[in-house]
Ligand binder design. Structure first.
Ligand code: SAH
Ligand code: SF4
Ligand code: F3S
Length: 483
């Protein structure tokens, strides 16, 4: 996806964001919204220093893992570690992993195989598995991969220097979940750029029947607003223009009297911050206060990721999503009435336990009714620990793939229509850097999180906001001219 990791750090520890999203895994038919849960690979690089232990860190999974890797980098740097230029040069190799679907885990298992070979050649190198998959598989991992030196879950990063220092014969394993851990006092090492991810809350209390997140990330907890604002001010002082607030159900944010609507207003009050986004909100936590804040705070961008999962009431109930299709549509109508130019994206799962053709048709119908700007579509993957696990899988792989293809084709059509509708209109674009394609072109996002590219003009620099007119559109990019 080429997710832009932004924020200005003391050194560019985290960079080189190579998309790892497999075409079979997360089918993305339009550019990713900030809230998409995608596979990114962040590597610690730079600053090699022979005297100190060198660390190589790879990140898989969603933006929450991206943010956690920045936190891990900060923790290790303060403990005296430096970054390695390549895994071959590292003293410590860490994988920050994802467990959301089987395929996500398979990727990491494959990578662990490569690293095992590396360890054979250099037995002194320490190998560590962090993140959601570490939490999910725990002891089984150490059994399957006995060459691992460290297995650490998402609530244990504070202890990493200590765990890495453990030179026992057995792997250091810490997968204790800690419902008080928010890392609020620890500053992550942000990458450079105009956009930065700031963790607002951790964990999830929703327990959707298909989802492993509550089991691997633990219970919901919010970062104190004062710590969030301190972080945001700091980022603004370093030149960051756009803040993306993160949490698995970010709009469920609550700390004492401060709910998510209030938090949005507090972040909007920070000078220097020009744009605010957030991911992922849950439909049931889209309170009037949140919609009001989006409508009245001009810094909060007109873009909303509203995961639907299914358009069938029967399946939504089986998934325990907590809303019906009618309630979801009602929410969409309220959001659109309050924020007229809002873009919407969503997540869809096809082939959940018991999904019949008629349920699947209901999903397609609902997608047509809403008309999403973009969608992330997934084949259902059975996950142990979850409530749907014992039910099993009723839709075979071929059928899941057929449904997925159909959903993707429909979304492609919807995206094409909506991107084309932008032609001739003007948008303000926050300049992020050079366009990947097109010599002499700059790239940035519209408020609706569509990628806009336009010719470089003298005096226009990264971090500026420019007004452009759309000349032409594909389902991924708006080609524009400065106004
Ligand atoms: N907290 C967010 C999303 C969490 S995971 C939310 O509630 O919307 C991101 C997406 O992965 C989900 O929205 C869902 O579409 C997908 N997903 C989660 N578990 C899955 C599973 N077991 N199989 C397939 N897709 C899954
Ligand atoms: Fe998973 Fe549901 Fe929580 Fe999202 S809200 S992280 S889908 S359990
Ligand atoms: Fe994110 Fe994957 Fe964990 S989606 S929260 S990294 S299971």
């Amino acid at each position: 996806m080429g997710l832009i990791i932004a924020g200005v750090g003391l050194n560019p520890f985290i960079r080189n964001t190579t998309p790892l999203t497999s075409k079979r895994e997360a089918h993305r038919v339009v550019p990713p919204p900030p809230d998409s849960l995608s596979f990114d690979d962040i590597r610690m690089a730079d600053n090699a220093n022979d005297a100190q232990a060198r660390v190589w860190l790879e990140t898989y999974g969603c933006q929450m893992n991206v943010a956690d890797s920045q936190l891990i980098t900060g923790v290790l740097r303060r403990a005296g570690y430096v970054t390695a230029r390549a895994p071959e040069e590292a003293d410590v190799i860490l994988l920050n992993t994802c467990a959301i679907r089987e395929h996500a885990e398979e990727r990491v298992i494959g990578r662990l195989g490569d690293l095992a070979r590396l360890k054979q050649a250099r037995p002194e190198v320490k190998l560590g598995l962090l993140g959601c998959m570490a939490q999910h598989n725990r002891a089984a991992l150490v059994e399957k991969a006995p060459w691992l030196d460290l297995v650490a879950g998402p609530d244990t990063y504070r202890r990493l220097p200590e765990l890495l220092g453990d030179s026992g014969f057995d792997a250091a394993v810490d997968v204790r979940l800690n419902r008080a851990e928010t890392y609020a006092d620890l500053s992550p090492d942000y990458a450079s750029g105009v956009r930065a991810y700031v963790t607002a809350m951790r964990g999830c209390d929703k327990f959707c029947a298909f989802c492993v997140v509550p089991y691997v990330r633990g219970r919901e907890r919010s970062v104190p607003p004062a710590d969030i604002i301190r972080e945001v001010r700091d980022l603004a002082a370093r030149g960051v223009k756009e803040i993306v607030l993160l949490g698995q159900t970010v709009n469920a944010y609550r700390f004492d009297e401060v709910g998510f609507g209030e938090l949005l207003r507090m972040v909007a009050a920070v000078d220097g911050i020009e744009r605010i986004r957030f991911t992922s909100p849950h439909p049931n936590d889209m309170s009037p206060a949140v919609i009001d804040a989006m409508a009245s705070e001009h810094k909060v961008q007109p873009y909303l990721h509203l995961p639907l999962q299914s358009g069938s009431d029967r399946i939504l109930a089986a998934m325990d999503r907590g809303y019906t299709s009618a309630e979801y549509l009602n929410l969409v109508a309220r959001v659109r009435a309050a924020i007229p130019r809002i873009a919407l994206s969503t997540d869809i799962i096809v082939g959940f336990y018991g999904e019949e053709e008629s349920d699947f048709r209901a999903t397609l119908d609902l997608m047509r009714t809403v008309g999403y700007d973009s969608a992330f579509t997934f084949k259902y993957s059975v996950r142990d620990h979850t409530r749907a696990y014992r039910l099993g899988d009723t839709v075979n792989e071929t059928e899941k793939q057929r449904r997925l293809n159909e959903v993707m084709a429909l979304q492609e059509e919807s995206s094409r229509t909506l991107y084309r509708a932008a032609v001739g209109h003007e948008f303000s674009v926050l300049v992020e850097g050079s366009a990947r394609r097109g010599v002499g072109m700059l790239a940035g996002k519209t408020p609706q999180y569509k990628t806009a590219i336009f010719p470089t003009r003298e005096g226009v620099a990264v971090g500026d906001t420019v007004v452009v007119r759309v000349l032409s559109a594909t389902t991924h990019t708006l080609t524009c001219a400065p106004v």
